[in-house]
Ligand binder design. Structure first.
Ligand code: GTP
Ligand code: MG
Length: 234
């Protein structure tokens, strides 16, 4: 655990529009009720990095996994959610998270930082290893209750995103699509970008996609509210 270092390196040079303006857009798009403070999100601890399902924590504690392409902002999302700079490792280079990382939240559930998929610049052997690890985890981990599915708001979903989405549907697991890095688009682009994601996945025109920005700390309360709903109502 001691070498679990981090570089929280979100560049503020990507800031295109005023904070206040984007906050208003974000709040109007994310119609989730505010979190009620029933889970102490400050009480979070790194537990372990697992490389296969056998080394994942024992017991029946529910877990929520953060999934998405390499570099989409999963580890940053976790740091932002828990308001901690150095909890999960972040890097500008894709492929930073290479194991299944467990964080305990208030002794109530685990948040799991997954390795990203779709990263081209790794060896075949490494790809095969990650693929085995992810398949093993996603297909066999019964404690997995919810997927937070990150999609970069700027891009149409990739083939790998479709594979992930198909898997979510087949497994019939609840999930929350989150459009990450929303500070990188203009407020006027929000609707068209969210609609492009909806259309790609054949989702209803008004289906929920939360806007999130680790740079601007947007969408945090809505995600907490969703997690409260999952953990407290199950
Ligand atoms: P892997 O571990 O490779 O799967 O990547 P990841 O999905 O965990 O991404 P990570 O959190 O490491 O972030 C990748 C890069 O995107 C880093 O340079 C982050 O600083 C940057 N980043 C993450 N979230 C945001 C965001 O909301 N806005 C901006 N502008 N940059 C972000
Ligand atoms: Mg990561």
């Amino acid at each position: 655990m001691s070498n679990f270092q981090n570089s929280h390196n979100i560049s503020s040079s990507t800031h295109k529009i005023s904070d206040d303006f984007f906050r208003k857009v974000s709040e109007s798009k994310n119609s989730v009720p505010p979190a009620q403070g029933k889970i102490n999100f400050s009480n979070v601890t790194f537990i372990k990095s697992a490389t296969n399902i056998k080394s994942c924590p024992c017991g029946s504690r529910p877990e929520i996994a953060v999934a998405g392409r390499s570099n989409v902002g999963k580890s940053s999302f976790i740091n932002t959610l828990f308001n901690r700079n150095r909890l999960a490792k972040v890097s500008q280079k894709p492929g930073k998270t290479s194991a299944i990382n467990y964080f305990d939240v208030s002794g109530m559930f685990y948040i799991v930082d997954l390795p990203g998929y779709g990263f081209a610049r790794v060896s075949k052997a490494q790809k095969a290893l990650w693929s085995r690890m992810m398949n093993g985890y996603l297909n066999n981990r019964n404690q997995l209750k919810y997927i937070i599915f990150l999609l970069d708001v700027r891009h149409t979903p990739s083939d790998d995103d479709f594979v992930m989405y198909e898997w979510i549907k087949q497994r019939n697991i609840r999930f929350l699509p989150v459009a990450s890095k929303c500070d990188k688009i203009k407020a006027s682009e929000v609707d068209s970008k969210l609609n492009a994601i909806r259309q790609s996945f054949n989702l209803k025109y008004d289906s929920e996609i939360l806007l999130f920005s680790s740079l601007k700390k947007l969408g945090v309360d809505q995600v907490k509210s969703k997690i409260e709903g999952i953990i407290l109502n199950d």
